[in-house]
Design a protein around this ligand. Sequence first.
Ligand code: ADP
Ligand code: UDP
Length: 236
Amino acid sequence: MEKTVQLYEGKAKKVYATADENLCIVSYKDDATAFNGQKKGTIAGKGVINNKMSNFLMQMLEKEGVPTHFVEELNDRDTVVKKVSIVPLEVIIRNISAGSFAKHYGVEEGIVFDEPTIEFSYKNDDLGDPLLNEYHALALKLATKDEIAEIKRLAFKVNEVLKAYMLTLNVRLVDFKLEFGKTADGQIVLADEISPDTCRLWDKDTNEKLDKDRFRRDMGGVEDAYNEIMRRLMGE
Ligand code: ADP
Ligand code: UDP
């Protein structure tokens, strides 16, 4: 499978067409951005880690009954995925308070919730990905009622699988962002990526941050954190 034309260049990945109209190739870059693109940098080796980690976790999720866009890893940075039409919602699940939740509601980071929370933002860079609820999503025709119900069911299932798996690596899954897409035959599948760019991951014993917050907050040790997660996940 080979890339043909580039369809899109995003902040962290490029997307290419292939000879098969139902498949595309995503190519992971080392570029890092935060605060809706205002902060820019690179994290050496990030593209390789995010590609491998995302593919590994998506294959695990498939086995647990979550349909994903994953098809085949081509090399360190490139993966064949089902071409989907992305539902323009960022789906955020939280198990522990952090980031914008802590800021928004004026609470400290690290409060463990009895039940996970879910929230949606409208995936629209020009508007700064504003928060919205299901009724807003319906009013804006971003998805149907059935699609939103399926997205919620799958997102909570992803959380259960990943949270339990991360604990075996001595990692707390604090929160994460998912994107879903619709295949040509109308099935909702998990798309985009699952990586330290899109999850908050804390060491279970020390609460050391092993994710992109080290870049967002200029904490240093960014590459080391990505490498540490990769080592725990895949022994690499
Ligand atoms: P952004 O667009 O936020 O800068 P990326 O750099 O990660 O993000 O770009 C990847 C783009 O590809 C995203 O817009 C994402 O929604 C989209 N995408 C992810 N998976 C698929 C897929 N299977 N089919 C089509 N587009 C996808
Ligand atoms: N997230 C993401 N992309 C975004 C916004 C958030 O991957 O555009 C992830 C982020 O890595 C974290 C979770 O979603 O794991 C919750 O992020 P939050 O709402 O706290 O926003 P932030 O503090 O990153 O602004």
